[in-house]
Design a protein around this ligand. Structure first.
Ligand SMILES: Cc1cc2nc3c(=O)[nH]c(=O)nc-3n(C[C@H](O)[C@H](O)[C@H](O)COP(=O)(O)O)c2cc1C
Length: 306
């Protein structure tokens, strides 16, 4: 057993370590569980679930870009009913902290999803996706509207006492205003960030490489943007932040925690190295030993700006 305390709190959510697996990058846990022991990670966030099943966008849905990937999956998922029937039983056995991510195209749909899922004991919290850039209804239309984000937080809060995390869009000019409204409506934390809108064209066919034309950019290319957004929220709003965007190794995690993240999520790196989360946890233990840090939570917001 390590003498280093890696545990962190994200509002009322207690995690054994700050490493969470990001929504949409590990499905419902089943595929990645072939590579790693999921009970070792701080938490696993499910692919966004909506009330009814969604087919998502037509292919091509993913393309590689310099230092990242562009995806327009379009929230493909099995829907709440099937999720409870066929995915929860597997997730329950993992002995991992399970956070359910929800996407919707109306406030009522968010509320209904949370109402249905709240009674599932294995779900330890909700992450509300108001920021998917790849769907016509909901998605960025909600994520760019402060009143809407406030209303969604308030209505969902009324339906659950479990930790409530709102996943913010970076495609706005003042992300801290959105974090402020989440705090005002009693959300426990914010996740920052979802993907950035991007596109890519084939120069010979002159057609977009992904069918949806635009998609969400993720991976190392977005890390400096994500860090700046976390810092902006941290300097302006007293609310726990989960940092997301281009984290590839333990150094990145330390950087996100220093600027203000209480925990982080790993996304694109899971496609490159499915064992990355475990390697990062080991790297963090070594870093703490090297720098005589007994508690990793001491890193949170420990930045020095001058
Ligand atoms: C293929 C793919 C699918 C994603 N699906 C979802 C999703 O269903 N819901 C969601 O909230 N975020 C989704 N995301 C966004 C990630 O959770 C994360 O916010 C983003 O990828 C940035 O982190 P990264 O740079 O570490 O990948 C998806 C990302 C990728 C690459």
């Amino acid at each position: 057993m390590s003498e280093i305390d890696l545990s962190v709190n994200v509002g009322s959510l207690k995690l054994k370590n700050p490493i969470m697996l990001a929504s949409g990058t590990v499905g419902y846990g089943n595929e990645i569980s072939e590579f790693i022991d999921l009970s070792q990670v701080g938490a696993i966030i499910t692919k966004s679930i909506s009330l009814k099943p969604r087919k998502g966008n037509p292919p091509q849905r993913i393309t590689e870009t310099p230092s990242g990937m562009l995806n327009a999956i379009g929230l493909t998922n099995v829907g709440v009913e099937e999720f409870i029937k066929t995915k929860i039983p597997f997730l329950e056995k993992l002995n991992s902290t399970l956070i359910c991510n929800i996407a919707a195209s109306s406030i009522e749909e968010y509320v209904e999803c949370v109402e249905i899922l709240d009674s599932q004991e294995s779900i330890k919290g909700f992450e509300i996706n108001v920021s998917c850039p790849n769907v016509r209804e909901g998605g960025l239309i909600f994520g760019n509207d402060i009143n809407m984000v406030g209303k969604i937080t308030k209505k969902v809060r009324a339906k659950t006492s479990k930790p409530l995390i709102i996943k913010l869009s970076p495609n706005t000019s003042n992300i801290f205003e959105f974090a402020k409204v989440v705090k005002k409506e009693d959300g426990d934390a914010v996740s920052a960030i979802n993907t950035l809108v991007g596109t890519s064209f084939n120069i010979y066919t002159r057609k977009p490489k992904i069918k949806n034309i635009t998609g969400g950019l993720s991976g190392p290319a977005i890390k400096p943007v994500a860090l700046a957004k976390v810092l902006e929220i941290s300097r302006n709003v007293d609310i726990p932040i989960i940092g997301i965007g281009g984290i590839m190794d333990w150094n990145d995690v330390v950087e996100f925690m220093i600027v203000g993240a209480s925990a982080v999520q790993l996304g694109t790196v899971n496609f490159i190295n499915p064992k990355a989360s475990i390697e990062i946890i080991d790297g963090l233990i070594n870093f703490c030993k090297q720098t005589s840090l007994n508690k990793i939570s001491d890193l949170i917001s420990s930045r020095i700006l001058e």
